[in-house]
Design a protein around this ligand. Structure first.
Ligand code: PMP
Length: 419
């Protein structure tokens, strides 16, 4: 361990995890690059776990924020009406909701992904008067008691001593085998009154499971899940905290599946430049909150409204979506090539858009590849219940040069470990 990490070793709680995976002290970042205090440069294929889809310190967002600060713009305002918030709501409606024919009320549930998930679960229970929720194997929804209870990874739950309460975890698309029709299974389960499961209030799922191993559900599977929800009067909550804001190629990860969720959870990159912001999108007829029923001190950070509003200009034309698609094809080609060239990996390419990776059944190998890549100047996370996937998660704004540099480091790291 680098000596510079002494203060973290001495004073910071042992709960820290990224300090161990990326053992250096970072100082500066721009676009897809980060630098540590020794001046070493890193390519960022991690992007703040999805909070930095537009890269670090985007110039336009930075400029708007500096102007706002110089004018003594309001920083903190609870959920009071502010000009910065009004501008954000207007732009979100014009650039994101209206062109997609979407009609949602926007709730500010608190600053984090976990906050939007909590608000969605609470609202679904309030609207339906039911308590049960269906979650899916390998889903990840957050670390508070409610959001953790719908997280389908038992190791994460047990770490906090949380049993499943009023939650039933069902198999995600392709979870058991290609031969099990998981939607059929789910519906038979709902029909089986003898199992003692009351009709759930909601189902909550990610269209591509980020932490759970970059598992991408087929669009057809999502469509069928939506049909089951409609048939049973169950609310469909899509957790787009990680897969949303362009990560899979479209602003919302479910656009191409053609589904129409009742509630959508957004956070991470919705703030634009890494500032904390979360939204819960609610179908208007379900927005039955009474004032004060879900509050919190940090709902609506005005700095985040400034950068978030600016970030939406990326979505004013379809150029950005096209560029994400082009990069996603390049990443798939690169990963297919790696799997072919290094059969020792026994690798499988997974994911969608700029949320792809390779899983390998060889124990510990994905983590070793990520650690080697770090030594070689690239930041990359692992995912999946056994950390069996290394995950390529660059900012969506990365250019070809950055992608190529990253590819080179990943290939070198794989080669040095398996070839
Ligand atoms: N949902 C998903 C899909 C996530 O990936 C995450 C964070 N990794 C969360 C919820 C929780 O977000 P936060 O860490 O901001 O609470």
């Amino acid at each position: 361990v680098n000596n510079d990490l002494k203060i973290f070793e001495e004073l910071e709680s042992s709960v820290r995890s990224y300090v161990r995976s990326f053992p250096t002290v970072f100082k500066k970042a721009k676009g897809y690059k980060m630098w540590d205090i020794n001046g070493k440069e890193y390519i960022d294929f991690f992007a703040g776990a999805g909070a930095l889809n537009y890269g670090h310190n985007d110039e336009k967002m930075k400029k708007k924020l500096l102007e706002y600060i110089a004018q003594d713009g309001i920083v903190h305002s609870l959920d009071m009406a502010t000009e910065a918030k009004a501008n954000f709501l207007e732009k979100f409606n014009e650039v994101i909701l209206k062109p997609r024919n979407m009609n949602y009320k926007v709730m500010f549930p608190g600053p984090t992904g976990t906050n939007t998930v909590e608000s969605a679960l609470k609202l679904a229970r309030k609207v339906t008067g039911r308590t049960n929720v269906i979650s899916f194997t390998n889903g990840f929804h957050g670390m508070t008691i409610g959001s953790l209870s719908v997280t389908g990874n038992s190791a994460k739950r047990q770490g906090a001593g949380i049993p499943l309460q009023h939650v039933v975890t069902m198999p995600y698309d392709n979870f058991v085998s290609n031969n099990l029709d998981t939607v059929e299974y789910l519906e038979r389960f709902l029909e089986d009154n003898g199992s003692g499961v009351d009709i759930p209030a909601a189902m909550i799922l990610e269209t591509v499971q980020g932490e759970g191993g970059i598992n991408a559900a087929k669009f057809e599977w999502l469509k069928r899940i939506e049909e089951v929800c409609k048939r049973w009067g169950i609310l469909l909550i899509i957790d787009d905290v990680q897969a949303g804001v362009g990560r899979t190629g479209t602003f919302f990860s479910f656009e191409k599946a053609g589904i129409n969720p009742d509630i959508v959870c957004l956070s991470k990159s919705i703030g634009g430049n890494g500032l904390p912001l979360a939204l819960t999108l609610i179908k208007p007829e379900l927005d039955i909150w009474n004032p004060g029923e879900h509050n919190g001190t940090f709902r609506g950070n005005n700095f985040a409204f400034i950068t978030a509003t600016e970030s939406l200009t990326y979505w004013e034309t379809d150029e950005f979506e096209k560029s994400i698609e082009e990069k996603s094809v390049k990443i798939t080609e690169f990963l297919n090539n790696i799997v072919e060239k290094y059969p020792e990996l026994n690798g499988k390419v997974k994911g969608r858009g700029l949320m792809q990776g390779i899983s390998t059944p060889i124990e510990g190998l994905a983590s070793e590849i990520a650690a080697k890549a770090f030594e070689n100047g690239l930041i990359m996370e692992t995912a999946g219940p056994e950390d069996e996937v290394f995950k390529l998660f660059p900012p969506l704004t990365i250019d070809n040069e950055g992608l190529e540099k990253g590819f080179k480091i990943i290939e070198e790291s794989v080669r040095s470990l398996v070839a």
